[in-house]
Design a protein around this ligand. Structure first.
Ligand SMILES: [Zn+2]
Length: 331
């Protein structure tokens, strides 16, 4: 039987036209996983409001319709019992039966069941059990997402994998042995400074301006080049391995406000194995977390850590260069 090459040609042309039609649709809907399964871990934090901040982040994430959020909490007798008992999350223990800074040997979340983990631990938190640490390390290496806020970059100074994941951290006897200071100098040049010294400090709380250093990253794309953050502690002099790390945004830490005289990292990403990490040292208290800039960064950073992409828009009430904007959080 004679072959009919024109049939093949028509088949090929049909494939090409289908690809042309389908491609834009694929670009518009990049997310295979919806909603994004998110786990907030907490329980030991030197900030009184940590339980409220977990409660707030869970609501802000779930309100987008893009995330489901579970919480797993270590046993604790930490600061802020009044917040722990007021901001109760169904199914989450408000147990207070562990002495301060003691490891909860039963803490072992099933990280693999999630796309992204948000770490809301704080300064002087007890180490996680070794098996939990190893599982978490594997989870991120295999492509899991991590979000680190505020005092979570004080946690676990002895855990080298965690220091790699967060890029830079403060307090907990971190020094030059842990890696360089990372900042932008007065010429707006990124510096990695290995000079000796302790890591982590901050002046009195105040509003401060964020400067975007990479406006093409999915997390920051569309943000104004500068925007005003609500009252917060501005961490400075953070240091760490800083490998595979990118600074997306900074804030100027003025010497007259007991700061470093440097532009300090405020929005960061780190690649760890196949995993993506979004780190912000902002988020000291409820009024800091209610900043529309913080909320937007948290939502977009979490989506990016989970998927590598962002489709959460910059809201109309996003802060301006010299004007902060807050949401009212209703209990
Ligand atoms: Zn703080």
């Amino acid at each position: 039987m004679k072959k009919k090459p024109y049939l093949w040609m028509m088949f090929v042309l049909l494939q090409i036209s289908l690809l042309t039609i389908v491609s834009p649709t694929c670009n518009a809907a990049p997310f295979k996983k919806s909603p994004i399964k998110t786990l907030i871990v907490d329980g030991q934090n030197n900030h009184d409001q940590w339980a409220k901040i977990t409660f707030m982040m869970k609501r802000y994430l779930e309100e987008t319709g893009k995330f489901t959020v579970d919480v797993q909490r270590t046993k604790t007798t930490w600061n802020g019992k009044e917040y722990l008992t007021k901001y109760v999350i169904p199914g989450v223990s408000a147990s207070v039966d562990l002495p301060k800074s003691q490891m909860d040997s039963s803490f072992h979340p099933n990280f693999k069941a999630y796309d992204v983990v948000i770490c809301n631990f704080g300064w002087n938190a007890a180490p996680w059990p070794k098996e939990t640490q190893a599982d978490f390390d594997q989870f991120i290496k295999n492509g899991g997402g991590l979000v680190v806020l505020h005092a979570a970059d004080n946690s676990f100074p002895e855990w080298s994998a965690y220091n790699q994941m967060i890029g830079i951290g403060g307090w907990g006897n971190r020094t030059e042995k842990d890696g360089p200071y990372v900042y932008f100098d007065l010429n707006n040049k990124e510096v990695r400074d290995s000079s000796p010294g302790r890591a982590g400090s901050h002046g009195p709380q105040k509003e401060f301006q964020i400067t975007i250093r990479n406006a093409n990253h999915p997390i920051t794309k569309g943000m104004p080049t500068t925007w005003m953050h609500t009252q917060d502690e501005m961490y400075d002099r953070l240091r760490g391995p800083a490998e595979n790390m990118e600074v997306l945004g900074t804030a100027f830490s003025a010497v007259e406000n007991k700061g470093s005289g440097r532009h300090e990292p405020m929005l960061l990403t780190i690649k760890y194995g196949k995993g993506r990490v979004f780190h912000t040292p902002m988020g000291h208290a409820d009024y800091s977390v209610n900043c529309v800039g913080f909320i937007t960064s948290l939502l977009r950073g979490t989506q990016w850590a989970a998927t590598g992409k962002v489709d959460i828009p910059i809201p109309a009430d996003f802060p301006k260069s010299d004007l902060s904007q807050s949401r009212q959080f209703k209990d």
